[in-house]
Design a protein around this ligand. Structure first.
Ligand SMILES: Nc1ncnc2c1ncn2[C@@H]1O[C@H](COP(=O)(O)OP(=O)(O)OP(=O)(O)O)[C@@H](O)[C@H]1O
Length: 334
């Protein structure tokens, strides 16, 4: 049984959305760049991927593996080398730019500084595929803008100039613009770059919630591995060689794909805690007896100081931990 089947069986599980509705898919897609003289540099492919309504998909992978290239290709900014992208049943390359703008909205990291524009005007730009370049907003457009503002919790910024906002506030406004565009698929390239930790957590939670509430498919690239593991419905894991594994976060951890994609000297992925750790080559073994928070942090301190944690029941060096909080007691047996 898969973990998703297990979760779906449980009473009170959130799997009420029709997760089998495919918003977009790629068919034998090869991504990369033309290198002149009829040659091309293939970054990855063939890729057969699916994006489902109501799901948040996080695209992860080391620097330079091809995340932005994939997002640009799926959003129609860049031609595929081979294969095709289907959105709501139709081939993307058959659509005119104005039609694409009604299917896919894109939020890039670098476009968040929109100078002297006020926040409401920027969010209204999301309606241009419907209102035309004159930008005359109908009552219906205004309603959708209001909904986007509410959903992204950006009411407080209306009336402010874009260049007066913090990076986190800017990202929320850019997301509101994408919501106002009201497309079935929203793509975001590294939306958490430049944000502090609380803003990163807030934005990722908001994206997860928006996918569920609006039934849109949301695809984003990120280097926030821990956060992605917590909020993503699906993870697309790219490796430097162009391999892409798609699956539930837990499945990719359990089958070792996660560890493999980020395998680097001195960095180890701890499947037990879902975090990346610096690997210290501990020479002297030590056994730690005890459970809970104190044991967890004691092991970290020992590893950082050159010990390796031994599992053998009888080990010459043993630390046992008892009690908790201010009453924690450490006893060393040699
Ligand atoms: N215009 C281009 N022409 C040729 N190669 C390119 C071009 N743009 C990017 N590349 C190369 O394609 C590969 C993938 O780049 P891409 O920007 O998609 O990676 P990424 O995973 O998004 O990286 P990062 O995490 O650092 O943002 C890199 O080797 C990059 O040098």
């Amino acid at each position: 049984m898969l973990i998703c089947d297990l979760v779906a069986q449980l009473p009170g599980s959130q799997t009420v959305l029709p997760i089998n509705v495919i918003t977009a898919l790629t068919s034998a897609l090869a991504i990369g760049y033309k290198a002149g003289k009829g040659k091309s540099k293939v970054i990855a492919g063939p890729l057969n991927l699916e994006l489902h309504a109501g799901q948040l998909v996080c695209l992860l992978g080391p620097n330079g593996c091809g995340k932005s290239t994939l997002l640009r290709t799926i959003s129609g900014l860049q031609q595929p080398l081979k294969g095709e992208i289907i959105v709501e049943g139709g081939a993307l390359n058959k659509l005119k730019p104005a039609q694409v703008a009604k299917k896919i909205s894109l939020v890039l990291t670098d476009n968040v500084r929109a100078g002297n524009l006020d926040v409401y005007s920027l969010i209204s730009l999301g309606r241009y595929p419907y209102s035309g370049w004159l930008g005359i907003l109908t009552e219906h457009d205004k309603q959708i803008i209001e909904q986007a503002i509410k959903a992204t919790d950006t009411e407080a910024f209306i009336g402010r100039k874009m260049d007066s906002l913090s990076d986190g506030e800017c990202q929320k406004v850019m997301l509101a613009r994408a919501m106002a565009q009201d497309t079935p698929l929203i793509i975001l390239d590294e939306p958490t770059a430049h944000l502090d930790l609380p803003s990163r957590i807030q934005l990722m939670r908001l994206l997860h919630q928006l996918a569920k509430e609006t039934n849109k498919a949301i695809l984003l690239s990120t280097h926030e591995l821990d956060l992605a593991l917590q909020v993503a419905d699906q993870i697309w894991l790219m490796s430097s060689g162009g391999q892409l594994d798609a699956g539930l976060p837990e499945e990719l951890v359990l089958n070792g794909a996660f560890q493999h994609a980020f395998e680097k000297d001195g960095i180890v992925f701890d499947a037990a805690s879902g975090t990346f750790n610096i690997h210290y080559a501990g020479k002297r073994g030590i056994k730690v007896t005890g459970e809970g928070v104190a044991a967890f942090w004691t092991k970290k301190a020992l590893v950082r100081n050159g010990f390796s944690i031994a599992s053998a029941a009888t080990h010459p060096l043993n630390v046992s931990i008892s009690g908790e909080g201010a009453d924690t007691l450490w006893t060393v047996q040699r």
